[in-house]
Ligand binder design. Structure first.
Ligand code: UD1
Length: 426
């Protein structure tokens, strides 16, 4: 397994070009399954998770190719509606093919994703919403087997519009359901929908494909099903988490970073926290500049669904709190086990106490290098940030996590002045 060696003590300075959002690219790739004519998707990041989904879709016989940051897809060659455990187990978002396969072809067999490091992460809401649309769903031998209702001639028919309220705000659940509803017969009313920018991006692409969706970006969406969806050309929204991560590095090191090809409107709650911590934030139409003079101030953070503070930025901001002046309180409300970076940060000298969902961080003057292990995707970025600010050379193991979600991470960090080396493992 590859490792990073990072020499700390750098004050980062420079520009970083932000990639397309992983969390938008994945549902957009799944949505390609719905189109009867070819789809072209631009600004798709080169990431392990994207490769996994491309492989999974190709496994159904669909012709799908990634060239640079463009993916083209032609569904006319499909011959299977099956997503195997071997691929699904490496990435939970694979479940996003369930809704599109079922809605378009009346059947799907997708491995049930297991738990994952940050929590149990069930998919009950995805399944309940599809059942509300008339699907018959069974779980056999670890696979979700879903079938659309029969039509009057006894052939596999279409899903039916329904009224469904999500028990909790779920990003993937909302995405799977709106993709399925886009091709259902009749109108679907969805309450308590996720409002994340990536859900909006998916809804916008579906509209470009011919879907009829109202209430995009709100908790109440109405989808009038259409008979078919066509291909289109679409570009993935910028990655707000990648943007926030590089900008947070400026706060961590008393430096200055300009993130380009991104949008401040996607991440107001995060930028507000940056300002509360004493950063100077300047925004343009497609860039954000963050400048930090001196030590950041402590801050209180509570993760909640969008537009509140995102759980995917919790680990990175906690790392800034580690060297902030004063005591910060962090409450993680989305996932039950998302403090796995804490013991690693403690090894680097951080003063953090965790009690259930709450972490209290007493800022220290400096962090020190130590051997650490990346435990999940965003946690791995938090360790990179800690290493860049720490005194000495830090070795971070299991960086395959970071490769799942940060495109060209070493190049981008080097562009900001970071001394980083990837040591190839077996
Ligand atoms: C997505 C993001 C992930 C982010 C998360 C929350 C992608 C590919 N991943 O994950 O980076 O951290 O949103 O913003 O977009 N839940 C249930 N039942 C369900 C579905 C969810 O109980 O059927 C729970 C989950 O366990 C979790 C909460 O709801 O506690 C939110 O999960 P959800 O929004 O669905 O996250 P994902 O879509 O998996």
């Amino acid at each position: 397994m590859d490792k990073f060696l990072i020499t700390g003590g750098t004050q980062v300075k420079g520009e970083v070009v932000i990639s397309g959002a992983k969390n938008a690219a994945l549902p957009l790739l799944a949505a390609m399954i719905l189109a009867e004519t070819p789809v072209t998707l631009h600004n798709v990041p080169t990431l392990k998770d994207v490769n996994t989904l491309v492989k999974l879709i190709a496994g159904t016989g669909i012709t799908i190719e990634k060239n640079g940051d463009t993916v083209t897809c032609d569904t006319s060659t499909i011959n299977s509606y099956y997503a195997p455990y071997e691929l699904v187990k490496t990435m939970r978002a694979s479940i996003l093919v369930l809704g599109p396969l079922l809605a378009r072809f009346g059947q799907a067999e997708v491995s049930l994703p297991g738990g994952c490091a940050i929590g149990s992460r069930p998919v009950d809401q995805h399944l309940k919403a599809l059942e509300a649309m008339g699907a018959t769903i069974t779980v056999e031998n670890g696979y979700v087997k879903a079938k659309a209702p029969l039509d009057k001639d006894g052939n596999r028919g279409r899903l039916k519009g329904c009224h469904f309220t999500f028990d909790m705000v779920t990003v993937g659940g909302t995405e799977n359901t709106i993709m399925a509803a886009a091709l259902a017969e009749g109108t679907t009313h969805l309450e308590n929908c996720a409002r994340e920018p990536e859900v909006v991006d998916l809804a916008n692409m579906l509209v470009k494909m011919g879907a009829k969706i109202e209430g995009i970006g709100t908790a109440y969406m109405t989808i009038e099903g259409v008979d078919k969806l066509n291909g289109c050309e679409y570009s993935v929204v910028p990655d707000r988490i990648e943007t926030g991560s590089y900008l947070a590095l400026a706060m961590m090191t008393g430096g200055e970073v300009t993130a380009k090809k991104t949008e401040a409107s996607l991440m107001q709650s995060v930028l507000k926290k940056f300002e509360e911590m004493g950063a100077q934030v300047t925004v343009g139409s497609d860039w954000i500049n963050v400048k930090m003079a001196g030590r950041p101030k402590a801050v209180d953070i509570r993760t909640l669904p969008h537009p509140a503070f995102p759980t995917d930025m919790q680990a990175q901001l906690m790392t800034v709190c580690c060297i902030a002046e004063g005591t910060s309180t962090i409450i993680e409300n989305i996932f039950e086990n998302r403090y796995m970076h804490v013991p690693e940060l403690q090894r680097m000298g951080a003063n953090i106490k965790v009690d259930g969902h709450t972490a209290v961080v007493q800022g220290v003057d400096k962090l020190n290098a130590a051997p650490v292990i990346a435990t999940d995707l965003r946690a791995s970025m938090s360790l990179v940030m800690a290493a860049v600010a720490a005194q000495g050379e830090t070795c971070i193991e299991r960086i395959y996590h970071i490769d799942r979600g940060y495109e060209y991470v070493e190049d981008k960090l080097r562009g900001l002045g970071v001394t980083i080396e990837r040591v190839k493992g077996e």
